[in-house]
Design a protein around this ligand. Structure first.
Ligand SMILES: NC(=O)c1ccc[n+]([C@@H]2O[C@H](COP(=O)([O-])OP(=O)(O)OC[C@H]3O[C@@H](n4cnc5c(N)ncnc54)[C@H](O)[C@@H]3O)[C@@H](O)[C@H]2O)c1
Length: 295
């Protein structure tokens, strides 16, 4: 059993990560400014990790084997742009700085697929499909810029401190278990609405990931981190299919003008975001699909 400290443990993703890690046999410590961390956590501590002293003191107090950093302002434009940038970049820096200074062995941070730049008001088209980790990142708002800075922060600490094994992951649109039962997703729409109205999910290329699969991803990545050749890898993690009733070869050109000529490779149920790197380096694939989970 190892002790894992999860930041943002009360959040949509954090709750499932805490439960998955606890079920996998880890002792989980939750840290969040908000209440609501699951009872599967062995201990929960409220702490504002934008304060470097607080980040140091929670890690020094629990001495975890691993830190999974999920805490963030997670919804673009939900706060002022300046606040979103400041909070998310400061959180990433503080968690990396405190983890490395205190000798934590493993560190995973949450980034976002939005770093590649879809949804930009001036238009955006992919350079190729399916999208993988080599695709250029073209952030255009404080949220996706802060996530790219968080990745670079992690990579910078990975170079400076090779004894702490690190990686970032870009989870696709996370669907919590209650959202399969009809609760609103983070966009405010239900999953059924997203399926019935392709214009909603089209801007983010119909990506999604069951939150429990995200938890399994984190558990797998923690186990494999010491074996990865490069310290500071970045991974997409998405469902094995698209959140769409029709093949993306048909839906994408209408939802995202400019993808004609690229999208024809996305036949059948194929998603736009590839998790092939996670499969190759970690042996991970998502197990759950909207086809089996939607009530
Ligand atoms: N949900 C998604 O679809 C999705 C997709 C891509 C990336 N992500 C990333 O995954 C992570 C988790 O996302 P989520 O959907 O669970 O978000 P969420 O908003 O549900 O949870 C984030 C949690 O972080 C906590 N937090 C915020 N500021 C804090 C601080 N200063 N100190 C301590 N805790 C703080 C919040 O209280 C909240 O409980 C975020 O980093 C987000 O950017 C999420």
């Amino acid at each position: 059993m190892s002790r894992v400290l999860v930041t943002g443990s009360a959040g949509r993703l954090g709750r499932s990560v805490v439960v998955s890690l606890a079920q996998a046999g880890h002792e989980v410590i939750g840290v969040d400014t908000a209440p609501g961390s699951p009872r599967e956590a062995a201990a929960v501590l409220p702490a504002d990790l934008t304060d470097l002293g607080e980040a140091h003191s929670v890690i020094a107090r629990f001495r975890p084997d691993a830190v999974v950093h999920l805490a963030a302002i997670a919804v673009p434009f939900s706060r002022s742009e300046a606040t979103t940038f400041r909070v998310n970049t400061q959180l990433a820096f503080n968690v990396c700085a405190a983890s490395t200074a205190l000798g934590v062995g493993k560190l995973i941070i949450a980034s976002s697929p939005t770093v590649i730049g879809y949804g930009a008001p001036g238009g955006w088209t992919p350079a190729y499909l399916p999208l993988d980790e080599d695709h250029p990142a073209e952030p255009w708002n404080a949220y996706n810029l802060s996530k790219l800075v968080a990745e670079q922060t992690m990579r910078s600490f990975a170079r400076a401190c090779p004894t702490t094994r690190m990686a970032a992951f870009r989870p696709c649109f996370v669907v919590a278990p209650e959202e399969w039962e009809g609760a609103p997703t983070q966009s405010g729409h239900t999953i059924a609405e997203r399926l019935d109205r392709p214009e909603i999910g089209g801007v983010s290329l119909f990506n999604y990931l069951d939150a429990r699969d995200a938890g399994d991803f984190v558990d797998t990545l923690l186990a494999r981190l010491p074996l990865l050749e490069t310290n500071g890898e970045v991974f997409f993690a998405g469902a094995a299919d698209a959140l769409a009733r029709e093949p993306l070869a048909e839906l994408l050109p209408a939802a995202m003008p400019g993808t004609e000529g690229f999208a024809d490779r996305l036949t059948g149920t194929a998603p736009a975001f590839s998790s092939a790197k996670a499969e190759r380096l970690l042996g991970w694939t998502a197990k759950r699909s909207w086809r089996t989970e939607l009530s």
